[in-house]
Design a binder for this molecule. Sequence first.
Ligand code: SF4
Length: 288
Amino acid sequence: MRIVERQVPKDHVATKYLQATSDGFVVETTYIDQPRKHILCVSTQVGCPVGCTFCVSGLRSQESKYLRNLTAREIVDQCWNVAREMDFSSGKPLLFSFMGEGEPFLNFEACTDAFLHLVMIGWPVPIRLAVSTSGIRPDLITELGNLKFLVPLKLQISLHGPTDEVRRKIVPHTSPLADILAAVRSYPLTDGRTVEWNYVPCAGVNDAPEHAHALVELLGPGWHVKFNHLNLAVNSPFQPSPAENVSRFRDILHAGGITTECYFTDESSISSGCGQLSYSRVEALALR
Ligand code: SF4
């Protein structure tokens, strides 16, 4: 893997890297410098076959541009290339987050191998792992629970809707919520493991009070939901939810015993969000 482009947004918080494989494919890696941790957001596939309707990697798949899985070596190289440019002098931990381009659970063996390699490298600061899934393989959520990585591991499930009907408008290729919930409820929360649910509020699609009440009903108390801003992709059928809708939605979850956080950055200025930079540049770079 080699870095072929860097984009730094106005706020200098996140840097987007475009990296090329030796056979000429391009994927993206994002470095986010947060006050209490470094985050490296890593790609696991070239394009993504899941086809989420708000995601540029998903648009790639709709145009038959899911190309291939990355190898464990390519995933680790991606991390290493960016880490070489980072300043670790603050001592804050480094989180490897497998939620860039691709569905890690459709490239499970390479991703878990990459986790094991990353854990074995002698980093100058403590490391943590995170993996995000659309929920397409609930059986592999169970398998992940059986693996040991010796460092904290966060599992993030892309929820985006409280019912299968609402969810399928956004995540067309996934598994029934009942199967995902069954796997998550039996997932071990030991050795620093945590689970959280991701939710991208889209205006008029999944952001109404009845959706929030249905989510409380679905999950029950004690869970954590993270709201991410919808970064507008070219041809996106959705618009970001207004702030007042998100606030009302969160209030209903809080009343139901569910904690929340909002993770809204200026990433749209660097075409962040799964696959957006690599998609916009893949033709121009003409690496193949
Ligand atoms: S949001 Fe994630 S799972 Fe969905 S298409 Fe994009 S990369 Fe794939």
